[in-house]
Each structure stands twice: as C-alpha cells, then as structure tokens.
Design a protein around this ligand. Structure first.
Ligand code: SF4
Length: 51
C-alpha cells in the first residue's frame, strides 16, 4: 500500500507543497480503456480541479 504519493498536478484540490498528495486514497486508471503499455496511458481518477 502506498504511504507517500508524490504528484506534480498542482491544480488538484488534494495537492500540497512538496508535491504531496493529501487524498486518503487515490484511484489510478488506464485512460485508453485497455491494458496500459506505458506510464503515459495511466491517469489519476481522484483528481479534482481547484476552482
Ligand atoms: S488526487 Fe491524484 S491528481 Fe490529485 S494530488 Fe493526488 S495523485 Fe495528484
């Protein structure tokens, strides 16, 4: 289980200084809808944009 999630998406409501993710848990998916072959094909579905 991941203890520390580092993330560069600093416009997400869960993002904190030091590239820390403060969400209780995150959900990562393959955005192609198929098995991912490389890291560019995965996304954090927990992302919520800051307003
Ligand atoms: S929820 Fe996802 S996108 Fe948002 S800070 Fe955490 S890892 Fe990054």
């Amino acid at each position: 289980m991941a203890q520390d999630v580092l993330c560069e998406v600093n416009n997400c409501v869960y993002w904190a200084h030091g590239n820390q993710c403060e969400a209780d848990k995150i959900y990562v998916v393959s955005h192609t809808g198929k098995e991912a072959d490389k890291q560019e094909e995965t996304d954090c579905k927990t992302f919520e944009p800051q307003h």
